[in-house]
Design a protein around this ligand. Structure first.
Ligand SMILES: Cc1cc2nc3c(=O)[nH]c(=O)nc-3n(C[C@H](O)[C@H](O)[C@H](O)COP(=O)(O)OP(=O)(O)OC[C@H]3O[C@@H](n4cnc5c(N)ncnc54)[C@H](O)[C@@H]3O)c2cc1C
Length: 267
């Protein structure tokens, strides 16, 4: 009875996209200006799909709008979620000052996640785009490979986080200080020939994702991309994140995405 009630309650909360307080367990720097925040949030941990995000409310004067952050890991048993964020403005700076034991109010999980229908997936990320791909790697249970791109060795610190979750970690850096010199998009055609990946999942700079979409189309490999737009509500109401879709219509990144099939958004 108790178990049934709990399950029903979880379903109701998820359908209502409830905003819930999540107690911070840890909030620590993992690289220059990049933090990992882990918080208690059993309902988020149960409901979240890779690619979805939370709208995080930072309870400080003048920070009215919630900040969207991708879910980077969940632990269903412990009932915890983790997010990685780069300090770029006053919201993320305030978040970085928060300590274990304090509470952040989170709304979600929001948006559509990645498809898990692949047996040889390749995840491709640059910068903070790698954060949601970590959760995707976790859900692929060791089947996925990852291609990490960065400007230099310091930017590909993600390697350590992906190594336990993936079969292969490929690295490119612009300056050649780690992995292969060049962009992810230069190495991708070679990897597709060698490993015959059956799906690509990209998150990072839009120019990178567009190029990946082109390569995927040429090689006839299904490809999903995760887009980022400034958004206020995250619920499809404010329309600040609307984009033009390739079918001539409009899509809301918060609600129709942030994950799209590449051909929906890139020509
Ligand atoms: C679906 C989604 C998932 C994201 N996941 C991550 C993540 O996992 N890690 C991470 O570091 N960043 C992520 N971002 C970007 C992150 O939301 C912004 O960096 C953050 O909101 C900046 O807030 P700020 O107050 O520090 O910056 P400010 O520039 O002071 O923000 C001012 C306002 O603009 C909004 N804003 C600013 N930049 C962005 C942006 N790039 N995208 C959306 N809204 C923005 C803020 O929410 C705020 O309302 C994501 C964005 C989206 C849309």
């Amino acid at each position: 009875m108790c178990w049934r009630f709990k399950t029903m309650w979880a379903a109701v909360m998820v359908l209502r996209k409830e905003a819930l307080d999540a107690e911070i367990i840890s909030n620590r720097a993992v690289a220059s200006d990049i933090y990992r925040l882990e918080a208690r949030g059993a309902l988020f941990a149960q409901a979240a799909l890779p690619g979805q995000f939370l709208q995080v409310y930072i309870n400080k004067p003048d920070l009215f709008l919630r900040r969207p952050l991708g879910i980077a890991a969940v632990d269903e048993k412990k009932g915890t979620i983790a997010m990685y964020y780069r300090v770029i403005g006053k919201g993320t700076a305030a978040l970085a000052r928060m300590k274990a034991g304090e509470v952040v109010n989170c709304l979600g999980p929001l948006g559509n996640g990645f498809s898990l229908a692949a047996s040889r997936p390749l995840l491709i990320g640059g910068g903070m785009g790698l954060a949601p791909l970590l959760f995707l790697a976790q859900r692929f249970l060791g089947k996925a490979a990852v291609l990490i791109g960065g400007r230099n060795k310091a930017e590909v610190f993600w390697t350590d986080f992906f190594a336990p979750l993936t079969r292969h970690v490929f690295i490119t850096t612009d300056d050649g200080s780690a992995g292969k010199k060049g962009f992810t998009t230069s190495l991708l055609p070679v990897l597709l020939q060698e490993y015959r990946f059956d799906a690509l999942y990209a998150c990072g700079p839009e120019i990178m994702m567009k190029k990946i979409a082109t390569i995927a189309a040429e090689e006839a490999v299904p490809c999903q991309v995760s887009l980022e737009r400034r958004m206020a509500c995250g619920l499809g109401a404010c329309l600040s994140c609307v984009i033009d879709a390739k079918d001539g219509g409009r899509k809301k990144v918060c609600q129709d995405g942030p994950v799209f099939w590449a051909q929906e958004v890139f020509g």
